[in-house]
Every structure is written in C-alpha cells, then in structure tokens.
Design a protein around this ligand. Structure first.
Ligand code: NAP
Ligand code: GDD
Length: 325
C-alpha cells in the first residue's frame, strides 16, 4: 500500500486529493496544525465522508523539526505540499506570515524530504497568480512570471525552490502551476464561493445584496475535483517536471456572477453592488492558461464546465443555508 503525506489536508484541495488517493488504495496521512477548535478544521473531510479514513499528524509548515519527525516516522512515497496562506488579499495585510508559510514553508517541507526520505515524490502547489501582470496573453510553462502580490512573490520562491531541489539534488519534485479552481468546499472568502453563497442567501430571502470588488477581472476557473487528478498524475511520471493546469477559457467575475444569479432565476442588476473598498492594492487583470503540456504528457483535461461548477456550488449553498435555518 502506497503512503501519501498531504500538507493542507483540511483545505479544499487537500480534501479532494485525500478522497482521490483513498480511492486508489493509498494510506493517506495529513498534516494538521494545532487549533483550539479541532472540531471545526476537519469540516471538508467530513463533508466528503472520509474523515475516519485519513490519519492526521500534528505539525506546522513553519516548524521544520515537526516536518522532519513526520517524514522520518512515516517514510511516505509521495508528499503533496498544499498548505499555504492562500488568500491573496490577506497577503497584503500579513506579508511576512505569507512569506514564512507560503514561501519558506515549502523550503521546510523540501528540506524534511531531502533529509529524511529523498526518494519520495514531491508535489508543490504553485499558482497562476505568479503570472500577475501577464507577459503573454495565453500563459504556459515558459511564460515569464511577474508577481503582483506578496502571496505571488512567496509562491514564486517556493516554485523556484522546487525546481532547484530537482536540479540540485535529483529529487522527484514537480510544480503544478494551477489556475483558479473552485468547488462547494471552496473557502467563503474567495470570489466564486462568496458569489454562490451570496446568491443563495438572496434566493432564500436571508439577504438582499451582494457586494463585490473588481468585477472586470478575468479568471480561468476549473473544478478542484478535476485539478487534484493532475497533481497525482504528475507524481506518477518517470521524471518530475512543471505543468500548467487550466481550462483554456477565461471569464469575468461579472459573467461568473451572472451564471449564479440566472441559476436561481434572479436578475443580477437588482442585487449586485460594486464596492471600491473591496478592490486590491494591485490586481491581476486576466489569467488564461495553456494546459497543452499536461494534456500531451499526463493525458489530463478539465472535465467540468464553469456553468456546471457554479450551479453545483449554488445548489450546495442553498442546501447548507436551508439546513441551518
Ligand atoms: P485552502 O483551502 O486555503 O487550504 C490551505 C491549507 O493550508 C489548509 O489546510 C490550512 O490549514 C493549511 N495551512 C495554512 N497554514 C498552515 C501552516 N502554517 N501549517 C500547516 N498547514 C497550514 O487552499 P486550497 O484552495 O485548498 O489550495 C491548496 C494549495 O494550492 C495552496 O497552497 C494554494 O495556495 C494553492 N493554489 C490554489 C489554487 C486555487 O485556485 N484553489 C490555485 C493555485 C494554487 P487550516 O485548515 O488549519 O487553515
Ligand atoms: N475574494 C474576492 N472577493 N475577490 C473579488 C471580489 C470579492 O468580493 N470582488 C472581485 N474580486 C476579484 C479579485 O479582485 C480577483 O481579481 C478575482 O475576483 C478572484 O479573486 P479570488 O477568488 O480571491 O482568487 P485569486 O485569483 O485572488 O486567488 C486564487 O487563485 C489563485 C490562482 O490564480 C487563490 O485560490 C490563490 O490561492 C490561487 O493561487
């Protein structure tokens, strides 16, 4: 039985990846940081019905000795580094923490693997946010990066450390440059989930308006359930490499929002308020990924359309809000 260690297992991607690996017969271990509300942090694993099937281990991305102990004791075949301070807007308010966890945290995991289990296959959760002020209209593995947030700068450091450990130490270390991916398990602060939750509340009469920031921003949105398959595929290859994972379609926040309102039979213009206070200090205006390499080498393609995903998310939020009333 193969053993996998997932950092960030309590997050959106960690939960879907754990589900995928359990289905493939892996023993799945997840790094969990200590919290005073332990009953809250496994909510996504409970939602997927897998909380009793994964083994949790205590540790923190900032604490190298805990990572070394875990990797030494576990001797995992595969290590997926998904943990991060992942909300871009917060990275301007907490730039040093974001650098310490999202950037240096990756170096800590790489060090733990290099010292304790150097033949483990390693995955780094890199991000399309690294393209920032885009240098090419369609972004691929060869497009130059131009980070526009402390989060993106931290991810860029982690990305290059992953490449460096592959080239310096011969580690099987891959970096997945994933474009935005969402699901009913998405954190409420991210725009798709804020929209689907907000629209569901309006539909159920719990609120009347939805306040957003820059609705002209364009993103290439896919489904997290599809994207974790690409992570796994990268670690099954004979040689480690870097891959863009994207749908190849870009849509404005405004049009994504319209899909959610229309699914509920509501007119968006009656409820949507643009609030300049929600704009960011620097914006990533457009992301559009070219996943041709992932398709050719991994046989991976996005399976879920934006419409299908937003409808699934709205329905999940309608159920959640109704159940809590
Ligand atoms: P998420 O839902 O925000 O999950 C982040 C995870 O990191 C949570 O499990 C969190 O634990 C954990 N974490 C945070 N700080 C930690 C620390 N100091 N030590 C240990 N664990 C810590 O993020 P996601 O959407 O699943 O994304 C997964 C990864 O992919 C992230 O690295 C993200 O930056 C990257 N990424 C995401 C996307 C996307 O569109 N979703 C695209 C590209 C890249 P708690 O539950 O305790 O908070
Ligand atoms: N969160 C949020 N809230 N975003 C808003 C809002 C709002 O009220 N109004 C407009 N937006 C715009 C943001 O300005 C941004 O242009 C876009 O919606 C998407 O914002 P998020 O959903 O917060 O995601 P992100 O693109 O900043 O970052 C996500 O994707 C990255 C990959 O490109 C995160 O998952 C990152 O962790 C990930 O790396």
């Amino acid at each position: 039985m193969k053993k996998a260690l997932i950092t960030g297992i309590t997050g959106q991607d960690g939960a879907y990846l754990a589900q995928l690996l359990l289905g493939k017969g892996y023993a799945v271990h997840g790094l969990v940081r200590r919290s005073s509300t332990t009953d809250m942090n496994d909510v996504r694993l409970r939602w997927l019905g897998i909380v009793d099937d994964v083994q949790m281990v205590d540790g923190d991305l900032a604490d190298l000795s805990s990572l070394m102990r875990i990797v030494r004791d576990l001797q995992p075949d595969e290590v997926y580094n998904l943990a991060a301070q992942s909300f871009v807007k917060t990275s301007w308010q907490q730039p040093l923490l974001t650098g310490a966890i999202t950037g240096l945290g990756c170096a800590n995991v790489l060090e733990a693997v290099r010292i304790e289990k150097p033949d483990a296959h390693f995955y780094q959760a890199s991000s399309s946010e690294m393209y920032g002020l885009i240098q090419e209209p369609l972004q691929s593995e060869t497009t130059p990066f131009y980070p526009r947030s402390p989060y993106a700068a931290a991810k860029l450091y982690a990305h290059w450390m992953t490449v460096n450990y592959r080239e310096s130490f011969g580690m099987h270390a891959s970096s997945g440059i994933l474009f935005n991916h969402e699901s009913p398990l998405r954190g409420i602060e991210f725009v798709t989930r804020k929209v689907t939750d907000g629209v569901a509340r309006i539909k159920l009469g719990v609120s009347r308006e939805l306040r957003l920031g820059n609705i002209d921003a364009k993103r290439d949105w896919g489904h997290a359930r599809d994207y974790v398959k690409a992570m796994w595929l990268m670690l099954q290859q004979e040689r480690a490499d870097d891959y863009v994972v994207a749908t190849g379609r870009t849509v404005t926040v405004r049009d994504m929002c319209r899909i959610a309102f229309e699914h509920c039979g509501l007119a968006m213009d009656d409820h949507l308020v643009v609030d300049p206070a929600l704009f960011r200090p620097a914006e990533v205006d457009l992301l559009l990924g070219n996943a041709a390499k992932a398709k050719a080498r991994l046989g991976w393609e996005a399976e879920t359309s934006l419409e299908e995903m937003i409808q699934e998310m709205v329905d999940a939020d309608l159920n959640r809000i109704s159940a809590n009333r």
